[in-house]
Write a protein that binds this ligand. Structure first.
Ligand code: GLU
Length: 293
């Protein structure tokens, strides 16, 4: 942490171009921009487009239009994740070589069915902080020879972190420094709540968790400012940073905006899109007031 404070502050806004930006994104982008300015640092932009099936050039173009309309400028070049798959592959390879990840052959549907069957017989199955059932054991316990045989057969697979081994390797508890709108101070990370997280899928060469820690390091990010919905994911990020020998940024998880139904805003809610606001003739200043800035 001391090292971080000696560096030039670098903040980033990291949207995924899989939908139009909404007011929650505006809040995040403006906070990052303001905090960077106040700290005399840089504001960087990262396009998180690893999910090539859902991300489109039109949504990406919309991000630049919306941010410019909000009056924000960012440092070039923009980092586009789809241009850096080899960097994520290298990080994954490091973890494979250290025996910290394993090939996982169950599809999401198969996991769901297996968990439903277990729960039908009366034993509740643990879920991660996002409500997704933890990956069942089985693949983790295969012998090296069996793994090789299945991989050689061309069976589709994801790569999952062996959480138990990873935690054993790290040893001491991990923490992060938090200054956001929820719990503050030195937060104790709890990565095991997530079970064996996916680090790469057969249809996407990297996961959000793996690419975000690689990119924050490559871009020299000192301050991660993002919504409270990613607070618990920070536990995974701290673990991956430690395993990969990456620096630890400071974290600030800000309040989330709620829609009229009291739920978190989502990209499918057209009434809260930045472009809709602009289209209805509102000014950027009015938008700022609407989101409490
Ligand atoms: N790409 C993520 C999102 O759109 C943000 C990731 C982050 O800020 O760490 O919600």
């Amino acid at each position: 942490m001391i090292d971080i404070l000696r560096q030039k502050p670098k903040f980033r806004f990291a949207p995924s171009p899989n939908g139009a930006l909404h007011l929650g994104h505006a809040l995040s982008a403006i906070l990052n921009h303001e905090m960077a300015a106040k700290a005399g640092g840089d504001f960087l932009l990262r396009i998180e487009d690893i999910d090539q099936a859902r991300c489109t050039p039109d949504f990406e173009a919309g991000i630049y239009t919306d941010l410019s309309w909000l009056g924000l400028d960012w440092q070039e070049p923009v980092r586009r994740q789809s241009e850096h798959f080899p960097a994520y592959h290298d990080a994954l390879q490091t973890l494979i070589e250290r025996g910290l990840v394993y090939p996982a052959f169950l599809t999401r549907g198969e996991v769901k069915a297996r968990v439903a069957a277990l729960e039908a017989s009366g034993s509740p199955w643990p879920r991660d902080p996002d409500g997704t059932p933890l990956y069942p054991p089985g693949d983790r316990d295969r012998s090296g020879a069996e793994r090789q045989r299945l991989l050689a057969s061309g069976m589709r697979h994801a790569w999952r972190l062996d959480m138990e081994r990873a935690l054993a390797m790290v040893g001491a508890p991990l923490r992060w420094q938090e200054s956001g709108d929820g719990e503050r101070g030195a937060i104790l990370a709890n990565p095991s709540a997530w079970g064996d997280v996916v680090l790469s899928r057969s249809d996407a060469p990297s996961s959000y968790h793996l690419s975000v820690v690689v990119d924050d390091a490559v871009q020299g990010i000192t301050h991660v400012v993002r919504g409270l919905d990613l607070f618990h994911a920070t536990s995974i990020h701290r673990l991956l940073q430690r395993l990969l020998g990456l620096p630890e940024p400071l974290y600030h998880h800000h309040r989330l905006l709620l829609g009229s139904d009291g739920k978190k805003l989502s990209k499918s809610m057209s009434d809260t899109g930045i472009a809709e606001w602009r289209g209805q003739g509102f000014s950027a200043a009015e938008l700022r007031r609407r989101i409490g800035l």
